[in-house]
Design a protein around this ligand. Structure first.
Ligand SMILES: Cc1cc2nc3c(=O)[nH]c(=O)nc-3n(C[C@H](O)[C@H](O)[C@H](O)COP(=O)(O)O)c2cc1C
Length: 188
């Protein structure tokens, strides 16, 4: 697939079919993620891929609880986001992007650690799109992060930067509505 087409049509795909995704495809997406830039090329990101059905269901419960807190606090619930919250455990793969808890920059402002994590998450989503797989970058599970990390068997020292459900989409890919970039650029 043309790279620009993949970029323009990668969006939150929250309605996923439960049919399995091949490990080969998941590895392709993980390799694409790992190929992203990292500050100082230190490559601190770690991944946990969950395909075990029972564990996905338990993670799904934690996600739903976290989403309920978020939706109450922000009064910002769309039908698609609720659908994902109620069904994320049925997505065939749940991919966690873990970031170490650490001081970054030794007192120098060289940018937040997150800046070395999200390019990888987006690469993962773009590769998935190229393979016809739907994804959504989610972070709301951080509301109940300790519970989620315990389920993953991750001890202290890491936090969840993103949880990306992956699966074959129910709907079709398209270009999402966005503000016109021309209104947002100052070109001098
Ligand atoms: C940092 C970040 C966190 C997000 N967290 C969530 C989340 O927890 N749950 C969710 O359903 N979507 C989440 N999203 C997806 C956004 O809601 C989505 O990208 C936005 O609504 C645009 O959707 P679209 O690409 O389909 O137009 C997150 C996106 C970003 C960039």
């Amino acid at each position: 697939m043309d790279a620009l087409e993949a970029i323009m049509t990668t969006r939150a795909m929250r309605r996923l079919r439960p049919d399995p995704v091949s490990s080969e495809d998941l590895w392709t997406c993980l390799r694409a993620a790992q190929q992203a830039p990292h500050g100082g090329n230190v490559q601190l990101l770690r991944y946990v891929v969950v395909t075990d059905k029972g564990l996905r269901a338990r993670i799904g419960e934690v996600y739903r609880k976290a989403f309920d807190v978020y939706a109450d606090a922000f009064q910002n619930e769309t039908p698609a986001a609720r659908h994902l919250a109620d069904n994320i455990g049925s997505a065939p793969a749940l991919v966690f992007f873990l970031m170490p808890v650490m001081e970054w920059g030794g007192g120098l402002d060289i940018g937040p650690l997150h800046a070395s994590i999200y390019p990888a998450v987006q690469n993962f989503c773009l590769a998935a799109r190229a393979l016809g797989l739907g994804t959504t970058l989610t972070t709301v599970i951080r509301v109940h992060q300790a519970e989620a990390l315990e389920l993953l068997g991750v001890s202290s020292g890491f936090e969840i930067a993103a949880l990306v459900p992956v699966g074959h989409p129910e709907g079709s890919f398209g270009v999402a509505a966005r503000r016109d970039v021309k209104e947002l650029v100052r070109w001098i």
